[in-house]
Design a protein around this ligand. Structure first.
Ligand SMILES: Cc1cc2nc3c(=O)[nH]c(=O)nc-3n(C[C@H](O)[C@H](O)[C@H](O)COP(=O)(O)OP(=O)(O)OC[C@H]3O[C@@H](n4cnc5c(N)ncnc54)[C@H](O)[C@@H]3O)c2cc1C
Length: 561
C-alpha cells in the first residue's frame, strides 16, 4: 500500500518503517502466493472487501491499483493505495474477524485472490513470506490502534469504572477505537442528542455509527463486534484450552504449531494477569522488559497464525469429565467436545476485606498498573498495597509519574517476598515511601475514591490521607470454582497434578489407567493443568509459558491412548 497525496497520512514510528508496513513483493514471491489462490480481473469501483465483512479475503495486486477506504459517517477517508506488488489485509485476516475498512479497485486491475484458509496455510509453511506478511499485518494493526481507526467510538468518563473496563477490554483484544471523554470534551451534546444518549447511559459504545450499546458487558461487546462469529464451537477438538493467560496462550501456540486442532476459551481477554503488568523485566529474551499487554498481544497473534481459535469473553462454566470425549460448557450454554483439556485458568486478584470496596473498583481501586491507570493518577499521591513482585513493579512504574507512592506492606519488610532488584529500585526512588506493617482500614468517597485511612499495626495509629488511587497487588486465589470437584485440588484450591496426586486422590477419582499421571496431568486422564492454577507452580510468566508448552507433549501421548 502506498500513501498518495489524497491519502490520510499515518505518521510512521521508528518501529514501523513504511517499507515493512507496505512492502512490495518480488515476482518470485508473487508466483509462490499465486499457487495458493487464483488470478482475476476487477473492474474500476468493484468492492473486493466490504467494511464489516467477516472472514475477508487476501489480495495481491499484479496490475492496476486498489484503494483502501474507511467509512467516516456520511463521507469516507482514503487510508492507503495498493499498487502492483502490494497486498491487502491486517491482523483480522488471521482471526477471521470483520474488516475495519473497505477495499475496492481504483482502476481496472488484476489481482491474485486467496481465501483465509489458504493464507493461513501460506504463513505456516513459507517462512520468508510469513515474515513479510505477519510483520506488515501487525504494523498495520498497531497504526490503526495508535490512530483509533476502528469501527467503535466509546463515550464515557475517565472517572467511571465502566469506561475503564471497556477501554481495557478493547485494548487487550487489540481492537482499535476512538473515545470521547465527557469530562474533557465540552462539545459533545450534539452527538449525545443524535444517538438519544443520556448521561445516565454512559459508558456508551457506538459500533459503525449505527449500533448503540449502553453500559455493555464485555460479552455484549464481543458479540456486537463479532469477535467469536468465525468460530465453530461444537466440533470435536484435539484439545480445548481453558484460559488465555501466558500458560494457555503458550499451549495454544505449541499445540496449533504441532498440527493439533486447538480451541481456547477465555472468559475475559487474552493476557491474564500478565496483561495487567506494566513491564515484565525478568522474561527471557527481553533485556529492556516488555509490557504484559504487548507480550500477550504477540502470543495471541502467534497462536492465531498457527490456526488456534480463541473464544473471547465467554468462560468455561463446567467440565464434563464423566464421559469421553470430555466437554467444556461455555457460559452455561453450548458444550464443546474435547479429546483432551488443558486447564489454564490462572488466579484472580485477592481483594481487600473492606465492606465498600466494590463501590470503588475501577473508580480509584485498581488491580493492574498499566499505562492507562498511570495516566489517571499522574501528579497525584497513590497507594500500592502488597509486598510481592507485582506490587514492587507497580510502585516503581507509578513512581515515574505520581507525586508520591505509599507502599503499604502487611509484613515487617520486603526481603522475603520481593526480588532484590526491585527492592533496590524502590529504595532508590525518592517518590516511593515503604510503610511496613500498615494496612488500609477504610475507603471514602462518592462516585470516586476521595480519601482513605490506614493503620500502622505497630503503633495502632490511624491516619487519614486524601489519596484517590489505590493499587491492590496482594496476590491471587486460583480460578478453580467452576471445576466443581471434577479434578483433585489441594487445601488452597489449586489443582493437583502428576507426582503431587496421592494414591488416595487417584482412588477417589477412579483413575482408570495402569500408568501414573503424567507430570502436568490431573486426576482425570487427558486433563492437564498449567500455570498459576496448578498447585506447586512458581508464579511467574516464564513458568506458565513453560508448563503450557510442556503440556502439549503430554497431550500428544494422551491422544494416542
Ligand atoms: C500486576 C502483575 C505483574 C506481574 N509481573 C510479573 C513479572 O514481572 N514477571 C513474572 O514472571 N510474573 C509476573 N506476574 C505473574 C504472572 O503474570 C503470572 O504468573 C502469569 O500471568 C500466570 O499465567 P497463567 O496463564 O497461569 O494465569 P493467568 O495469567 O491468571 O491467566 C488465566 C486466564 O484464564 C482466564 N480464565 C479464568 N477463569 C476462566 C474460565 N472459567 N473460563 C475461561 N477463562 C478463564 C482469565 O481471564 C485469564 O485470562 C505478575 C502478575 C501481576 C498480577
Amino acid at each position: 500500500m502506498a500513501m498518495t497525496d489524497k491519502t490520510l497520512r499515518i505518521p510512521l514510528t521508528l518501529a514501523s518503517p513504511a517499507d515493512q508496513m507496505f512492502p512490495r513483493l518480488t515476482p518470485e514471491q508473487i508466483a509462490r502466493i499465486a499457487t495458493h489462490g487464483h488470478a482475476r480481473q476487477v473492474q474500476r469501483g468493484e468492492v473486493l472487501i466490504e467494511a464489516g465483512e467477516r472472514t475477508p479475503r487476501f489480495f495481491v495486486v499484479t496490475a492496476g491499483s486498489l484503494e483502501v477506504v474507511r467509512p467516516a459517517g456520511p463521507t469516507e477517508e482514503l487510508v492507503a493505495v495498493c499498487e502492483p506488488g502490494m497486498f491487502t489485509g491486517e491482523v483480522h485476516l488471521l482471526s477471521g474477524r470483520r474488516a475495519f475498512v473497505q477495499t475496492r479497485a481504483s482502476d481496472t486491475s488484476e489481482v491474485i485472490e486467496i481465501d483465509r484458509e489458504q493464507l493461513l496455510a501460506l504463513v505456516q509453511t513459507d517462512s520468508e513470506l510469513s515474515d513479510i506478511l505477519m510483520r506488515a499485518f501487525i504494523l498495520r494493526r498497531v497504526e490503526l490502534i495508535a490512530h483509533g481507526f476502528g469501527d467503535v467510538v466509546l463515550i464515557g468518563s475517565s472517572h467511571c469504572a465502566g469506561t475503564l473496563r471497556i477501554k481495557e477490554f478493547l485494548t487487550r483484544n487489540g481492537n482499535p477505537y476512538s473515545s470521547i471523554d465527557l469530562d474533557r470534551e465540552a462539545d459533545v451534546q450534539d452527538l449525545l442528542d443524535r444517538f438519544r444518549i443520556s448521561t445516565a447511559d454512559v459508558p456508551v459504545l457506538i459500533y459503525r455509527g449505527a449500533v448503540v450499546l449502553r453500559n455493555p458487558s464485555n460479552r455484549e461487546i464481543a458479540d456486537c463486534l463479532g469477535f467469536n462469529e468465525a468460530i465453530d464451537a461444537v466440533h470435536l477438538r484435539d484439545v480445548v484450552i481453558v484460559g488465555a493467560g501466558p500458560a494457555g496462550l503458550a499451549a495454544a501456540v505449541y499445540g496449533a504449531s504441532e498440527g493439533l486442532d486447538v480451541l481456547v476459551v477465555e472468559s475475559n481477554a487474552p493476557g491474564g494477569q500478565a496483561g495487567s503488568s506494566s513491564k515484565i523485566e525478568n522474561y527471557l529474551g527481553f533485556p529492556t522488559g516488555i509490557s504484559g499487554q504487548e507480550l500477550a498481544g504477540r502470543a495471541y497473534t502467534q497462536a492465531q497464525k498457527f490456526g488456534a481459535q480463541v473464544i473471547i469473553a465467554k468462560g468455561g462454566t463446567q467440565l464434563m469429565c464423566d464421559r469421553k470425549p470430555y466437554a467444556i460448557e461455555i457460559d452455561n450454554g453450548p458444550r464443546v467436545p474435547a479429546r483432551t483439556i488443558i486447564i489454564a485458568t490462572g488466579a484472580a486478584y485477592r481483594k481487600l476485606p473492606l465492606p465498600n470496596l466494590s463501590e470503588f473498583e475501577g473508580a480509584g481501586v485498581y488491580y493492574g498498573a498499566t499505562f492507562m491507570e498511570a495516566q489517571l493518577c499522574s501528579g497525584e499521591e497513590v497507594v500500592v498495597v502488597g509486598g510481592g513482585n507485582a506490587a514492587g513493579q507497580a510502585a516503581v512504574f507509578l513512581g515515574q509519574t505520581a507525586k508520591r507512592v505509599h507502599m503499604l506492606v502487611r509484613s515487617s519488610g520486603l526481603a522475603e517476598s520481593m526480588s532484590r532488584y526491585l527492592i533496590r529500585r524502590l529504595e532508590q526512588s525518592p517518590a516511593i515511601a515503604i510503610r511496613p506493617q500498615t494496612e488500609i482500614v477504610a475507603l471514602e468517597g462518592g462516585h470516586h475514591l476521595e480519601r482513605l485511612r490506614w493503620r500502622d499495626n505497630q503503633t495502632g495509629a490511624i491516619e487519614t490521607h486524601d489519596v484517590r488511587h489505590v493499587f491492590v497487588m496482594t496476590g491471587a486465589v486460583p480460578n478453580t470454582q467452576w471445576l466443581d470437584g471434577c479434578v483433585a485440588l489441594d487445601a488452597k484450591g489449586f489443582i493437583k497434578t502428576g507426582p503431587d496426586l496421592s494414591q488416595d486422590d487417584l482412588a477417589a477419582a477412579h483413575w482408570p489407567l495402569g500408568r501414573a499421571p503424567h507430570l502436568l496431568e490431573t486426576s482425570v486422564p487427558g486433563v492437564f493443568a498449567v500455570g498459576d492454577v496448578r498447585g506447586g507452580n512458581i508464579k511467574r510468566v516464564a513458568s506458565a509459558v513453560g508448563e503450557g508448552s510442556i503440556a502439549v507433549a503430554f497431550v500428544h501421548q494422551a491422544l494416542q491412548e
